[in-house]
Structures are given as structure tokens and as C-alpha cells.
Design a protein around this ligand. Structure first.
Ligand code: GRF
Length: 222
């Protein structure tokens, strides 16, 4: 068997993306070794998911630090103990300092519940619904991107879109997007672990070519 890429995953909540990644790693499709799951929230359900999968967990609570920099440094120290080659943000709901982000440049991924650059930040589903009601938006979705100091603005690797329906609520739309998230995140992690995707000078390289625009899950012949 080829070598598994050591990764650390950061979460703050339910961890359904984490679960999709765990499942994908267990079935062999995604060649990673999840060395630890670290949360900034002590009761995060994702921690239980990790424990059930036999993955070490840690909690580094941001409330215990007086500054963002101090928290980020403690988090970085905790992460680096595991010597990961990839950091996976999976519903990690904290702003990160430029120093932290730059420390992991080119080896930190995030999933964002919108078709970036649309709807950076929070409440993406509600904002997408409002845009749909004014007639300016037909599709919503999710994006996997490299993390850079530009918040939710790092180069996008892969997106998946879903239709927005007239009778959608933010919850029904979120559920539809989440199904896509569980498909595209393990896939990009697999590509990264296989050396097929990288970041060079703020540019995504995929299979040796600079991506002119994000890949679309719908266009992939899988
Ligand atoms: C996902 O929608 C993710 O895109 C966003 O936060 C949510 C986390 O969900 N950043 P889960 O914890 O993976 O279930």
C-alpha cells in the first residue's frame, strides 16, 4: 500500500464533513492518516465521531486565550505535534490570523457553503435564498479552496452546485448543499494526497496545469 498522507482536521461543530472524510479514508479511496481532530469547542459532536473512529482528539478552546494570536499559537503548537502535511478545516468557525494561515500556506484546505466568490462569510444559505427571491440567483452550492489570508477568498479548486427551489428554506437548502460537500471535500483531499493538486503563487495547479477557473463537480467524468 502506498504511504498515507498525515493530516489534522479542525472542527467546531457537528462534523458531518469530518465523517465523510473519515468514511472515505476507511474505505481506502482517500489515502490519508487522520492523526488528530482538534476542536475549539469542547462539546462539538464531531469529537465523538472522531473518537468512535479511533482518532485522537484535542480541544483548544479559544475562550481560554486573551488574544487571537495567543489562541492561534496554541492551536498551531497542538497541530504541529502531529506533523501533518495537510490541515483540513471542516466547519471550523474561527477567524485565523495571517501568521497562522501563512504557516500552512499550500497545505490547508477549507470547505465553504457557497459558490465562491458569492456569499463569503456567514449565513450563506439565507443570503442565497434572498438573492434567489429577487431573481438574480438560480444556483447555490459549495466550494473547496486553499486557505490564504484573504478570508474565504483563497483559490478555489472544486465546486458543486445545487438548484435553489421556490419553496426552499435556509435549512432545506443547507441540507442539499451539505450532500454536495460530502462528495467534493473527500475528492479534493484525495487529489491533494495523490499529489494531483497544489498551490503555487496563489494559483491552483491541477494535474500539472494552472487552473483558469475552479473545477465543477458536474463536469467531472467520474
Ligand atoms: C458546513 O456547511 C461547512 O461548509 C461550513 O460549516 C458546515 C459544517 O458542517 N463551513 P459539519 O460540521 O461538517 O457538519
Amino acid at each position: 500500500m502506498s504511504e498515507l498522507l498525515p493530516v489534522v482536521t479542525l472542527i467546531s461543530g457537528g462534523g458531518s464533513n469530518l465523517q465523510a472524510i473519515i468514511d472515505a479514508s476507511k474505505t481506502g479511496g482517500v489515502p490519508i492518516d487522520i492523526r488528530a481532530v482538534i476542536s475549539n469547542v469542547s462539546g462539538a459532536h464531531g469529537l465523538e465521531r472522531a473518537q468512535q473512529a479511533g482518532i485522537p482528539t484535542e480541544v483548544v478552546e479559544h475562550t481560554g486565550f486573551s488574544s487571537r494570536e495567543d489562541f492561534d499559537l496554541a492551536l498551531q503548537t497542538a497541530i504541529d505535534t502531529y506533523q501533518p502535511k495537510l490541515i483540513i478545516l471542516a466547519g471550523f468557525m474561527r477567524l485565523l490570523s495571517d501568521e497562522f494561515v501563512n504557516h500552512y500556506r499550500g497545505r490547508m484546505l477549507n470547505i465553504h457553503p457557497s459558490l465562491l466568490p458569492d456569499f463569503k462569510g456567514l449565513n450563506t444559505h439565507q443570503r442565497a435564498l434572498e438573492a434567489h427571491r429577487t431573481g438574480i440567483l438560480k444556483e447555490h452550492g459549495a466550494s473547496v479552496h486553499f486557505v490564504t489570508p484573504d478570508l474565504d477568498g483563497g483559490p478555489v479548486i472544486l465546486q458543486a452546485s445545487v438548484p435553489v427551489k421556490n419553496d426552499d428554506s435556509a435549512e432545506s437548502l443547507a441540507a442539499r448543499v451539505l450532500i454536495c460537500e460530502h462528495q467534493i471535500y473527500p475528492l479534493v483531499i484525495r487529489w491533494f494526497a495523490e499529489g494531483r493538486v497544489s498551490l503555487e503563487d496563489n494559483q491552483v495547479i491541477f494535474d500539472g496545469q494552472a487552473l483558469k477557473r475552479a473545477l465543477s463537480f458536474d463536469d467531472l467524468a467520474l
